[in-house]
Design a binder for this molecule. Structure first.
Ligand SMILES: [Zn+2]
Length: 340
């Protein structure tokens, strides 16, 4: 359950406070913005503040009253959090029917009745249609909070019945100190933020030790291949057992950085700031054209990967092509470990 408000959420708190003060508070809110900026976090905190007996003047809950304790324990009877069930990708129509029924009941503590649907774009068509009925006939005191990083995936009829609250990109100067305070290890917050496209909560998830070492292993494998010193088939085999999609995103971001390093004389802004030197060394071993072609191939495999085609074969081809990018030049990248 929520802890203190995220520093970059102040404008959103302010907006909602103003609406509350003017009595223009919406029955349904749609929180939109990039993945990993804390929309769900905000939704839960806002739900808590609606149920709190004495919210702070700035908006967030007191975090001390009985209602807050119940929210924190996950047992407040007037709050329901709806997400895809374990092992499922979408929110079912039954779950959404449950929301309608839940909101039709009286609040047990006499304040609001709050439902958070997150991510709202994971509702299937029937579920979204069912939610529409609830949105059209809101009950007194009921508040529905939807979150999505893909608002275009939601039917226009749902969007038009919600007040939108936008969350923009987070500026590094607010995100980096917060991220640093959350990290247990000695990971570099700037590197993590760069990897997560600037999204602080995504960056925090990426700090996961296993992911950090997976990224390092994969990069080392690609370096060895580039130096013609590894077997693409066995690397594909290892990769297919790991987080393939994330690996493909990494590969894409490494190639993008290599292209930038190769194409710009002055020091370019790259995503993988912790890998400037190894990426520059690799980039020196391939032509710009070969790198651009490889970048396209990664995009193709990412698309095919979603269609459940034979992933092992796709990765083998991709890695063989990667090796070929470096075979044409005499310059061989210098391989060195433990730098990520
Ligand atoms: Zn409270």
């Amino acid at each position: 359950m929520p802890d203190s408000p995220l520093p970059w959420h102040r404008p959103q708190w302010q907006q909602l406070n103003e609406r509350r003060a003017q009595g223009r508070f919406p029955h349904a809110l749609l929180l939109t913005g990039p993945e990993g900026v804390g929309k769900s976090h905000f939704a839960r905190q806002f739900a808590q503040s609606l149920l709190c007996n004495s919210p702070l003047a700035t908006g967030p809950a007191c975090d001390d009253c009985r209602a807050c304790l119940l929210v924190r324990a996950g047992s407040h009877p007037d709050l329901s959090l709806v997400s895809p069930l374990e092992g499922k990708k979408s929110i079912s129509v039954d779950q959404v029917r449950g929301v309608g029924h839940y909101l039709s009941l009286k609040s047990q503590y006499g304040r609001h009745k709050v439902v958070v649907v997150s991510p709202a774009d994971s509702m299937n068509v029937n579920a979204a249609n069912s939610l529409l009925k609830t949105l059209e006939e809101p009950n007194e005191g009921s508040v529905l909070i939807l979150t999505t990083s893909r608002p275009a995936q939601l039917p226009a009829t749902i969007r038009s019945r919600c007040q939108e609250l936008r969350f923009g990109e987070v500026v590094q100067k607010e995100a980096a100190p917060w991220l640093k305070s959350q990290l247990e290890g000695d990971e570099n917050p700037l590197t993590l933020l760069a990897l997560a496209g600037g999204a602080p909560l995504k960056a925090l998830r990426m700090a996961d030790k296993e992911l950090v070492s997976l990224r390092k292993d994969l990069f080392t494998g690609l370096e060895r291949l580039a130096a013609q010193g590894a077997d693409p088939i066995s690397l594909a085999n290892q990769w297919v057992k790991a987080d393939t999609q994330r690996g493909l995103y990494w590969m894409y971001s490494w190639i993008t950085d290599m292209v930038r390093l190769k194409a710009t004389a002055a020091a370019p802004k790259i995503s993988n700031e912790d890998m400037v030197q190894p990426l520059a060394r690799l980039a020196a071993g391939a032509s710009l054209q070969a790198l651009l072609q490889q970048q396209e191939r990664v995009v193709t495999v990412l698309r095919q990967e979603e269609q459940n085609l034979n992933l092992q074969l796709l990765l083998e081809d991709l890695l063989i092509e990667w090796r070929n990018c470096f075979a044409a030049t005499k310059q061989r990248p210098f391989v060195q470990d433990d730098r990520i």
